[in-house]
Design a protein around this ligand. Structure first.
Ligand SMILES: NC(=O)c1ccc[n+]([C@@H]2O[C@H](COP(=O)([O-])OP(=O)(O)OC[C@H]3O[C@@H](n4cnc5c(N)ncnc54)[C@H](OP(=O)(O)O)[C@@H]3O)[C@@H](O)[C@H]2O)c1
Length: 273
């Protein structure tokens, strides 16, 4: 499995493809992560709120893969925005690691107005070597501009919901213009986009699975993806998207599926603690 890397604005690199473990039950996570690592995955995206950091850590330890070959992301949960240094210490302890490769503010939770404080803490966390890169998730333009204006540090990534029915052209463009890499969460629309006739038709014509077609569309847009999958076969096939290209016409046909449909919460109103 050969995965290209994306260079972040701090000079670090991130594999463009990985495994997400949201909604992966803790008692199954270790085995799925081990299978993925065995298949060549090197990038794992977890979060404190997924409650499976310990299982991810157990898989990393058991895999025997050198730490510097892996790219591990975790996220600061909303209720810990005023307490980020203690929160990352807990995450690292669960993961069994002395640093993560990327630490993200999970949601801006505008109602609480504490994400700026969290952003200052993340800079300290990076300076202390506990996270190699720092970034945000679910941030809109005003949240991005505020943290940049008030800190002079540009987030390395913004992890946002993106899939064919929520293509996010505007926000991806804003990320690009600010030098922020876009990570696409729920890249398959949590399966909602897999049976769209346009996707199925392209997949049938080029002899690929619908998931591969969608994941290739993300990759050709330059986005970083980490679909969740729970079987060896899906893990293997999903990752097999670097030896073919979608034509310009097929890219345009998928681009046209944008309908502004979210499968997750709207960051403007997501204030769950
Ligand atoms: N920052 C955030 O706020 C945020 C929010 C949501 C997600 N994320 C991250 O993004 C990652 C991916 O998003 P997601 O898990 O929500 O959704 P997703 O990756 O778009 O979809 C996952 C679903 O697709 C199924 N699937 C995977 N490959 C398939 C295939 N080849 N054919 C048919 N079905 C397939 C999986 O089923 P099985 O598992 O049964 O195989 C699972 O039900 C998460 O795991 C997490 O790391 C971040």
């Amino acid at each position: 499995m050969t995965t290209p890397s994306v260079t972040l604005n701090d000079g670090n690199t991130i594999p463009q493809f990985g495994l997400g473990v949201f909604l992966m039950p803790a008692d199954q996570t270790k085995q799925h992560v081990l299978t993925a690592l065995e298949l060549g995955y090197r990038h794992i995206d977890t979060a404190a709120i997924y409650r499976n950091e310990q299982a991810v850590g157990a898989a990393i330890a058991e895999s025997g893969i050198a730490r510097d070959e892996l790219f591990i992301t975790t996220k600061l949960w909303n209720s810990r925005q005023t307490d980020a240094e203690a929160a990352i210490a807990e995450s690292l302890q669960k993961l069994g690691l002395d640093h993560v490769d990327l630490y993200l503010i999970h949601w801006p939770t505008p109602q609480y107005d504490t994400y700026l404080q969290a952003w200052h803490s993340l800079q300290k966390i990076r300076a202390d070597g506990l996270a190699r890169s720092i970034g945000v998730s679910n941030f809109h333009e005003q949240h991005l501009r505020r943290v940049i204006a008030e800190s002079d540090v540009v987030p390395a990534v913004n992890q946002i919901e993106v899939h064919p029915s929520l293509a996010q052209y505007e926000l991806v463009g804003i990320n690009d213009s600010l030098g922020i890499a876009t990570e696409a969460w729920s890249p398959l629309g949590r399966t909602a986009d897999l049976d769209h006739p346009v996707i199925v038709q392209i997949a049938d014509r080029i002899g690929r699975t619908p998931a591969q077609v969608i994941l290739r569309w993300h990759v050709q847009r330059g986005l970083i993806v980490f679909p969740k999958a729970s079987s060896r076969e899906r893990l293997q096939r999903n990752a097999d998207v670097f030896d073919f290209e979608l034509s310009a016409d097929d890219m345009l046909a998928i681009d046209a599926l944008d309908a502004g449909h979210r499968v997750g919460p709207d960051p403007e109103t997501m204030n769950v603690h």
